[in-house]
Design a protein around this ligand. Structure first.
Ligand code: MSP
Length: 555
């Protein structure tokens, strides 16, 4: 059993398992897959800073029929196409500085063998039976729609707009209906289970219509050739005439990846992160499967909204997709920390969709990074270099000035950031760091250290007052940088290097409170040398064309 972590009142576990959806390999990564993954990374880094042992999983979902079809179009084997794109996801996430602990591919034997074992267990326990299914098949989503949903959508796919096909087949069914009551009770009793609130209500609403059993296999026609899409996947145990439905196969990744003696301690997951498109699978089908396997349920299924472009859904046909090349171009020009910050603070974290807008990107980059932590840390660093011969000044025990009680201001920001990050409110958690920087700026304006500096040789007490002010500023900037570091780890690491206060971020065994503690164990030590360091972020020019956008012809 995981050991309780008494420093963390909100979820007193010493381990934290966080996952992203596993992405279809029929396409390359894009703004959406990168968003969820960076968000999960920021959460994972926060939890490491809270002293938890984190396991962060991402990966690829490979057994979809569309993978076979796209590979055919491209003239390569399905395996090759899956390999190429799985690698593209792994590389993209690495370029975005995502600190995943494992990358699972559903075509790997470590996954397929486990899925087989889970299905065997479900069969043995009587939760799976053979039956006949008939419904509206949405080929683009690999999903059956009920008559009601199909009718509402005008018998075309609500996602791709392609016609639905009436299909019926003999299938293995999972007794989803048997878990309806338990599931409703669980959602009712655990406010944290489905979040945000709007999504929880959506699921509760749909659950009122009742649950039917669902097919979990697809029949393989006896005459299907070896490379037929129907054969691409994991076979039903002891029945080569059926393939396990890709969604069931995929959901099991969350379990298969940690189903080893060393990793078992990570279950139940702290959070499954995803977008609203795949909420039902995660909030209803997945928990019911877990109940059937007698496994404890994850703490939170968190479904964010969508990134859109100019208010419209992004799609290839509209040609308004922010693709991985554009994202790479943003990283190249403004740094990957900059893109991560935009994602983490401006993304569609709650129920409302968010626009990806270049103007907003620049505005936030300049306000929060270049003029925010960047400018504030150089101001403070430069004054220490100039007035105290590049050595951290001694506050001589003074921790409160001009109405600012720094140990308590810092402590409150840290507490608020922990509480926010723990409920996955990443906007608010990072906002605490940003607000702390603003407080330092306001404090500098109120105490005017640059004016005081002119009097240090003439006015008694001026030098001590200046030393105290700059020590407070530096300690507050250090704490702010720690709080912001899950989103902008590289800039913060550079700052800590310049200020000679390297912090053991990865797999920290200390809690954030301890790391940030004013004048505490990890604090800046009076007399310690610092260097000026380069600006953390260069101000961006709002007039410059967006990266990755071809130059517009002049009118
Ligand atoms: N393979 C399934 C998931 C199986 S999980 C057991 C799948 N894959 S997907 O490649 O289509 O990825 C969907 C996920 O990508 C969404 O849930 C979301 O996390 C992310 N996004 C895709 N487009 C998005 C936006 N436009 N905006 C934000 N995130 C979106 O579904």
């Amino acid at each position: 059993m995981p050991r309780p972590n008494t420093h963390l009142p909100f979820f007193p576990m010493s381990t934290y398992y966080i996952t992203t959806p596993i992405y279809y390999v029929n396409d390359r990564p894009h703004i959406g897959s990168c968003y969820t993954t960076v968000l999960a990374d920021v959460a994972a880094r926060f939890h490491r800073l809270f002293g938890r042992e984190v396991f962060f999983l991402t990966g690829t979902d490979e057994h979809a029929e569309k993978v076979v079809l796209t590979a055919r179009e491209k003239g390569v084997s399905t395996r090759q196409w899956a390999d190429t794109n799985a690698q593209a996801f792994r590389d993209a996430f690495t370029r975005l500085n995502v600190s995943f602990d494992d990358f699972i591919r559903t075509s790997e034997p470590r996954h397929t063998s486990k899925v087989e074992a889970y299905i065997r267990e479900l069969l043995a326990k009587g939760h799976v039976y053979m039956g006949e299914y008939s419904g509206w098949w949405d080929a683009s989503q690999e999903e059956y729609l009920t008559e009601t949903v199909a009718k509402e959508a005008g018998y075309v796919s609500p996602v791709s707009g392609k016609p639905l096909v009436k299909r019926s087949e003999k299938n293995y069914f999972f007794r989803l209906s048997a878990f309806e009551t338990r599931l409703k009770e669980h959602i009712d009793r655990n406010e944290d289970f489905i979040r945000p609130e709007a999504r929880r209500n959506e699921v509760l609403g749909r659950l009122r219509e009742g649950l039917s059993d669902i097919p979990i296999s697809r029949a393989i026609p006896a005459d299907a050739p070896a490379d037929d899409p129907s054969r691409w996947g994991i076979l039903m145990p002891d029945d080569p005439g059926h393939r396990i439905y890709v969604w069931i196969d995929a959901l099991f990744n969350y379990l298969s990846a940690i189903d080893t003696p060393e990793r078992a301690k990570f279950w139940p997951a702290g959070a499954h992160l995803l977008a609203k498109d795949i909420l039902w699978f995660h909030a209803v089908i997945w928990p019911a499967l877990l109940m059937a396997l007698d496994k404890p349920l994850p703490r939170t299924i968190y479904a964010h909204a969508y990134f859109v472009r100019d208010g419209r859904k992004m799609s290839k046909s509209l040609g308004n997709f922010v693709d991985i090349d554009t994202l790479d171009a943003y990283c190249e020009r403004y740094s990957r920390d900059a893109l991560r910050w935009y994602y983490a603070t401006q993304g569609p974290l709650f129920a409302t969709d968010a626009d990806f807008s270049h103007a907003k990107f620049i505005e936030v980059f300049n306000a929060d990074l270049a003029n925010g932590i960047g400018n504030c840390s150089s101001r403070v660093g430069n004054m220490i270099v100039k007035y105290f011969d590049s050595k951290i000044p001694d506050s001589k025990g003074v921790s409160e000035l001009a109405g600012y009680d720094w140990p308590s201001i810092i402590g409150q920001s840290v507490s608020a950031a922990i509480a926010a990050a723990d409920r996955l409110d990443i906007h608010a958690a990072l906002g605490e760091g940003r607000a702390l920087i603003s407080k330092v700026d306001a404090y500098i304006n109120a105490t005017e250290p640059f004016k005081l500096a002119k009097k240090i040789d003439t006015e008694p007490g001026a030098r001590d007052r200046l030393a105290a002010i700059l020590y407070h500023c530096a300690e507050a900037v250090r704490a702010a940088s720690l709080i912001m570091s899950p989103a902008i780890p590289e800039a913060c690491a550079r700052l800590w290097q310049s200020w000679n206060c390297q912090i053991p971020v990865a797999h920290a065994t200390q809690t954030l409170h301890h790391l940030c503690e004013y004048a505490g164990e990890h604090a800046l030590k009076p007399g310690q040398a610092i260097v000026k360091g380069d600006a953390l972020f260069q101000r961006a020019d709002p007039a410059e064309a967006a990266p990755g956008t071809p130059a517009q012809p002049e009118a």
